[in-house]
Design a protein around this ligand. Structure first.
Ligand SMILES: [Zn+2]
Length: 275
């Protein structure tokens, strides 16, 4: 009798999980990949906006006018290009609720990250490597791509299913608000301040490179800068401990190889004709 009860429970859990898997599927724009996502944007964005505000209040936002202007200029140019693109594709709803923001924070690490809903941070250490707008556009395009492709929500959905066995998000929040919040914070973790930063998968990184190159091209930045930027990064880090941004990312040679594969498509968006 007891065993039968357990079997029914497992069966129910599987049904719930598969319902979630079936209903919680989105398609990533441009790459066309199907992704698991059952975390509502409204929910994740409000968490993200709060965390971003908190991060900025505890960090030293750069007072360097040149660097700050560069980050905002490049960020806003790509943001507008992405908005125009989705408008043309009749997919503006994909960016609904986004509140784009680009801030430069004083930190020697060559790092950058993005939170859900379009909150981006670049560290001053990165500007030592990305010296031109085009080179910075490689990184900012990549971060914008993580936000647009909802990689954080996908990772969080996977974590929630893994941790709560397919229980709906509302239920998880109601039963274990602390645990759920902790998961969300780590899924969107902004480095050490918020605990362990879960590395993006290789798949997400490659997809962010792919979309990022197209986004920078749409904004009028030559995507060929991606190759020289990653070569600079590689040269800069020879013999040194890789910064966090890099340690969770693919090796430079693998990345550059993939970037070259995406180049003809990105150049099409840049020049309007394939090369
Ligand atoms: Zn990334």
């Amino acid at each position: 009798m007891k065993q039968r009860f357990v079997t029914i429970q497992i069966l129910c859990l599987c049904l719930i999980s598969s319902t979630l898997l079936l209903t919680g599927c989105d398609t990533v724009p441009i790459s066309g990949r199907r992704q698991l996502n059952y975390v509502p944007d409204s929910y994740i964005n409000s968490m993200s906006f709060d965390s971003y505000r908190e991060f900025l209040s505890k960090s030293k936002v750069s007072t360097d006018p040149k660097g700050t202007a560069m980050v905002k200029r490049v960020g806003e140019n790509i943001q507008k290009a992405v908005e125009r693109y989705f408008e043309m594709e009749n997919q503006s709803e994909l960016l609904e609720g986004y509140e784009w923001e680009f801030n430069l924070v004083d930190d020697p690490a060559a790092n950058a990250w993005a939170m859900a809903g379009g909150k981006v941070v670049v560290y001053t250490g990165l500007l030592k490597i990305a010296k031109t707008d085009e080179q910075l556009a490689v990184v900012v395009g990549h971060e914008i791509a993580h936000a647009v492709a909802r990689h954080g929500s996908e990772r969080l959905s996977q974590q929630l299913i893994y941790t709560f066995g397919g229980v709906a998000l509302d239920k998880a929040l109601e039963d274990q608000p602390g645990k759920t919040k902790e998961l969300i914070m780590t899924a969107y973790g902004a480095g050490g301040q918020y605990g362990v930063l879960l590395p993006y998968s290789r798949l997400h990184e490659t997809e962010a490179d792919h979309l990022g190159m197209i986004f920078m091209a749409l904004a009028g930045y030559n995507p060929e800068a991606a190759v020289s930027f990653w070569e600079n990064m590689s040269a800069n880090n020879k013999g040194k401990e890789p910064p966090e941004f890099l340690s969770t990312h693919p090796s430079h040679s693998t990345r550059i190889e993939k970037i070259k594969e995406f180049m003809p498509k990105a150049m099409f968006y840049y020049t309007g004709k394939p090369r």
